[in-house]
Design a protein around this ligand. Structure first.
Ligand code: NDP
Length: 246
């Protein structure tokens, strides 16, 4: 099998960990990145030799070219980038400060642009590569009290389509996954503190259950694999039917 190298931002926990786990199971050298080194090391201990850690704060945009260059120097190639690191911020509309808004946009959008630009420079040399952005159904639906998050994920969808059209002639596919309600630290916190909302979420998900992080791992592996070689510019919902109706 041809060797493949992937980067998964936020790969130390939640959906990112599940994506890294699937990649490693499929024999892909997978670099997980995040701010918390202890979390990254714990993840590496679980995933084994094909998992590599590279600490990084994706909001430190100036450091990202060097972060990518270090990976290129060490591994010689980057085949897959999964822009998964993200934060949510739940506040009443008028309580959101300019700093709050900027922090979400920096983490969820600006970092995706800068990381992708640096990785694409390498992928253009290879004439091959695949980028997967983790969006959300918040890009499609109005969800109360997550104004910055919704704006950030809508930006991700737009970037995904624009990048796909510009880069696919050069052998680089760009897709996104729009998870619905998937069990992770992020959603558990939000839903456990709001039982009324939790009941609503379950009520409006046609499958009537929350997804598992592994469901996102499977979708990411599919989009990264040759099985998806004619797929680009897609925002793939993995949401138990949420985006279809209820
Ligand atoms: P978690 O909070 O469990 O994980 C987020 C990850 O992002 C962490 O590993 C964290 O690592 C990393 N991260 C956050 N900020 C930074 C930063 N500045 N620099 C580097 N890494 C950072 O969330 P999920 O796993 O649930 O979410 C993953 C992605 O999936 C996000 O983009 C989210 O918006 C999206 N999503 C999730 C849904 C769900 O239901 N769970 C639904 C829809 C979308 P560290 O703390 O070490 O920096």
């Amino acid at each position: 099998m041809k060797r493949k190298v992937a980067i998964v931002t936020g790969g130390g926990s939640g959906l990112g960990f599940a994506i890294a786990e699937k990649f490693v199971q499929q024999g892909i050298d997978t670099i997980i990145a995040g701010r918390n080194e202890q979390k990254l090391n714990e993840a590496k201990n679980k995933l084994g030799e094909l998992c590599h850690t590279q600490p990084c704060d994706v909001t430190d945009l100036k450091s990202l070219p060097q972060f990518i260059q270090q990976i290129v120097d060490k591994f010689g190639q980057i085949d897959i980038l999964v822009n998964n690191a993200g934060i949510n911020m739940k506040k009443e509309f008028t309580d959101v400060t300019d700093e709050d808004f900027q922090q979400v946009i920096m983490t969820n959008v600006s970092s995706v642009f800068t990381l992708s630009r640096e990785v694409v420079k390498q992928m253009l040399k290879q004439e091959n590569g695949c980028i997967i952005n983790i969006s959300s159904m918040a890009a499609q639906y109005g969800i109360p009290k997550v104004i910055a998050y919704s704006a950030s994920k809508t930006a991700i969808d737009g970037m995904t389509r624009a990048m796909a059209v510009e880069l696919s002639p050069k052998g680089i596919r760009v897709n996104a996954i729009a998870p619905g309600f998937i069990y992770s630290d992020m959603t558990a916190k939000a839903l456990d503190s709001d039982p009324e909302r939790k009941a609503k979420v379950f009520g409006r998900t046609p499958m009537g259950i929350m997804g598992q992080a592994a469901d996102i791992g499977e979708a990411a592996y599919f989009l990264a694999s040759d099985s998806a070689k004619y797929i680009t510019g897609v925002i793939l919902p993995v949401d138990g039917g949420n985006s279809v109706g209820f």
